[in-house]
Design a protein around this ligand. Structure first.
Ligand code: HEM
Ligand SMILES: *[C@@H]1O[C@H](CO)[C@@H](O)[C@H](O)[C@H]1NC(C)=O
Ligand SMILES: *[C@@H]1O[C@H](CO)[C@@H](O)[C@H](O)[C@H]1NC(C)=O
Ligand SMILES: *[C@@H]1O[C@H](CO)[C@@H](O)[C@H](O)[C@H]1NC(C)=O
Ligand SMILES: *[C@@H]1O[C@H](CO)[C@@H](O)[C@H](O)[C@H]1NC(C)=O
Ligand SMILES: *[C@@H]1O[C@H](CO)[C@@H](O)[C@H](O)[C@H]1NC(C)=O
Length: 263
């Protein structure tokens, strides 16, 4: 029966919010640790040789709590790459890659480390197969509206049984309203995820659902720098063919609701 999908979603959401007291920023104490634990609070440099050309990224791993036991590993990864040779104060393009557990319906990213007053990215799947990326901004804690001073292009998506990956390039995410990313210094970034669909998945300006988890990390963008010619080729500029986003769809495991009590 689909008579009140929004109300049903809301009821589920309220149940979820009420039952997840640890929902907050960063990893919770008492989280079951895995071999990945060392990488959760720090950023490292990761190089991907599976694409041509591959990039090196600043990489940050996080565990999603509480992890549905049937879906392991319940980790997410955020990766950022920027071109080198940028002169102080100049805008630059930024590549963002997010690896999400398959039950995640939308992924968000805040370039200035806050939900408020900085460029936001929201990525989701329409009709399970069509990747969607939307540029957002908000000055209040409501579903962020479209932000036209930054634009995104999807570079790559992939999926397997446990995770999906989306890679996008942004023009306009390095500078905003009098502030900017620190090119040679530490920056705070935040991510957000929703396990319920955005309201109108077919529309780039859709309202999102409320997030079920947010997290933070910081890192020196020097870890994200790659040679600018490699960066340009990767994003399909400078005479390189524009990469065609490809998607090979797999049916994900049925969504498993979060446990109603903390571990
Ligand atoms: C219906 C939509 C949304 C509502 C009502 C909402 C509301 C809120 C509220 C009340 C908080 C503070 C409580 C908390 O930390 O959990 C928060 C935090 C946060 N939100 Fe949202 N949000 C929405 C969508 C989004 C989207 C689409 C993003 C995408 C990037 C986002 C990013 C964040 C981040 C990164 C935080 C961490 C706290 C911060 O530094 O501001 N939110 N949100
Ligand atoms: C959505 O997916 C279904 C099933 O794969 C397909 O039949 C339908 O044409 C798709 N709709 C759009 C608008 O892509
Ligand atoms: C699925 O994809 C994720 C993200 O790329 C990867 O970490 C994981 O190893 C993959 N799982 C399998 C079974 O290939
Ligand atoms: C930019 O910052 C100014 C001063 O803090 C503020 O009044 C203005 O609303 C901001 N613009 C946006 C788009 O948030
Ligand atoms: C980064 O900062 C260091 C030390 O402050 C400086 O030596 C170096 O030249 C800077 N690099 C860039 C790319 O600005
Ligand atoms: C960022 O990294 C660069 C290059 O390694 C270094 O020179 C600079 O001092 C770092 N900044 C901070 C705040 O660590």
């Amino acid at each position: 029966m689909e008579s009140h999908p929004v109300l049903n979603r809301l009821a589920l959401l309220l149940t979820l919010v009420a039952s997840v007291p640890t929902q907050g920023v960063g990893a919770s104490p008492g989280v079951a640790q895995t071999g990945l634990s060392k990488r959760q609070s720090t950023v490292t440099r990761y190089c991907d040789n599976t694409q041509t050309p591959g990039l090196c990224y600043m990489e940050s791993w996080h565990s999603v709590m509480p992890p549905p036991a049937s879906i392991q590993p319940s980790t997410l990864v955020v990766r950022i790459a920027v071109p080198d040779g940028v002169s102080q104060g100049s805008p630059f393009q930024t590549v963002l890659q997010m690896v999400m557990p398959s039950y995640v319906k939308w992924a968000g990213f805040a370039w200035g480390g806050s939900m408020l007053n900085n460029p936001l990215m929201v990525f989701w799947w329409y009709n399970q197969t069509q990747p969607m990326v939307s540029s957002r901004w908000t000055s209040t804690r409501v579903s962020p509206g479209v932000y036209n001073d930054a634009t995104y292009r999807i570079l790559h998506t992939s999926q397997n049984a446990s995770h999906w990956t989306a890679e996008v390039v942004c023009s306009g995410c390095s500078h905003w309203n009098g502030t900017s990313l620190k090119y040679n210094d530490s920056n705070a970034f935040k991510w957000a995820l929703g396990v319920f669909d955005v309201v109108n998945p077919e529309s780039l300006d859709t309202k999102t659902s409320y997030h079920n988890k947010v997290g933070v990390f910081s890192g020196n963008l020097s870890l994200a720098r790659v040679p600018s010619d490699v960066f340009k080729k990767h994003i399909g500029e400078g005479g390189s063919p524009t990469p065609t986003p490809t998607t090979s769809w797999r049916v994900f495991p049925t969504f498993v609701p979060y446990p109603t009590s903390s571990p």
